[in-house]
Design a protein around this ligand. Structure first.
Ligand code: AMP
Ligand code: MN
Ligand code: MN
Length: 334
């Protein structure tokens, strides 16, 4: 894909990403927004995302993001970023449906790249921000673009420690550092710093975690009443599953939180030998080999029973050996 060509003769453009946007999604959307503003100033560009965690506020222009599809509009082009499925767009899907052209830029292995007019899907790229970096020329970038791209790289690689990090990822990061991004500040404020309640809910999730399959898997679940008690929302829960997976001996971590009555958002992380994107895809979600997610209906036990049965297929465990198999009711994938 030649990014410039996607913007030729375009008067109006919309940008959006997946629901409950993470650092890569916000970074990619903001980077493309600033790219268009800098290189195609005549294009009218709107950016749509759900509520963005405060920790990303180092990216310039975050307040320009629109959080609802309030007016009917038909865009010349609609960019869908870090999202392999139009059902994960959320409220902005109305503009996807009516746009004259659609373009997808992504890195999810579960993305077939066949639901937009044009696409650049690179499953080997650590982040959509890496894909985007290589679609832009250095001279077309500025510090706002570089900061947004750096944000995406650190979030999807766990600050360059996950196995998705490659030489190409680090080359991109090196160039961004060369452009002057404030990496210490970005990493600390958007990645490590937590509010008091965020630490409390992390502690609660760790305290109530359950280990199964002979100490190789772990899960923790938070109900709506827990979230209400601490006064936290989805954007306060980032990093919990990443703390679960660093438990000694654990090869697969599952974290769920309730997003509606008996409806759960599932996050999974794995180590060698377990492909959680397979598990997520089985339940209508997606992601990557080492990090994937889906939404599922049922009780916590239903959800864990169903997920652990799929994991068992990969690690040769008998599904009924998990201590969590308390109820047998099947749950349905969302
Ligand atoms: P998370 O656990 O939400 O951090 O997500 C891990 C990875 O899986 C990210 O790349 C997500 O974009 C992807 N992912 C999470 N939930 C879903 C879903 N419901 N459908 C497709 N991909 C997902
Ligand atoms: Mn994402
Ligand atoms: Mn991503």
């Amino acid at each position: 894909m030649i990014l410039r060509n996607e913007l030729k003769e375009v008067k109006t453009a919309a940008i959006s990403g997946h629901v409950r946007p993470d650092g890569d999604c916000v970074g990619a959307c903001m980077a493309l927004y600033h790219y268009i503003r800098k290189n195609f100033p005549d294009i009218e560009v709107d950016l749509y995302l759900e509520e963005v965690p405060k920790s990303y506020s180092l990216i310039e222009g975050i307040e320009k993001i629109k959080h609802s599809a309030s007016e009917p509009k038909e865009y010349d082009v609609f960019f869908i970023l870090d999202c392999g499925d139009k059902d994960r767009l959320g409220f902005s899907s109305v503009y996807f449906e009516t746009a004259k052209r659609t373009v997808c830029i992504d890195h999810h292995i579960s993305n077939g790249g066949d639901f937009t007019d044009s696409s650049q899907v690179e499953p080997k790229s650590a982040a959509t921000c890496e894909v985007l970096f290589y679609l832009m020329k250095l001279e077309e970038m500025n510090l706002s673009i570089a900061t947004a791209l750096y944000m995406g790289l650190i979030h999807d690689t766990g600050v360059f420690k996950h196995s998705n990090t490659t030489e190409r990822t680090l080359m991109a990061a090196a160039k961004l550092v060369g452009m002057g991004v404030e990496f210490t500040k970005i990493i600390n404020t958007s990645f490590y710093e937590k509010s008091y309640v965020q630490n409390q809910i992390l502690g609660r999730a760790l305290l109530e975690s359950v280990v199964f399959y002979h100490g190789s898997c772990i899960f923790s679940a938070l109900k709506l009443k827990d979230l209400d008690f601490y006064g936290v929302g989805p954007s306060d829960l980032g990093g919990i599953v990443d703390q679960l997976i660093v438990t000694e001996g654990i090869r697969c971590a599952i974290f769920l939180y309730e997003i509606g009555q008996q409806k759960f958002k599932v996050s999974m992380r794995s180590k060698e030998g377990i492909d959680v994107s397979q598990v997520a895809m089985h339940f209508g979600g997606g992601g990557h080999i080492r990090a994937a997610g889906c939404e599922m209906m049922g009780s916590v036990y239903d959800v864990i029973n169903n997920l652990s049965a799929r994991i068992a297929l990969q690690i040769g465990e008998e599904p009924d050996s998990a201590e969590v198999m308390a109820e047998e009711e099947p749950c349905t994938a969302e």
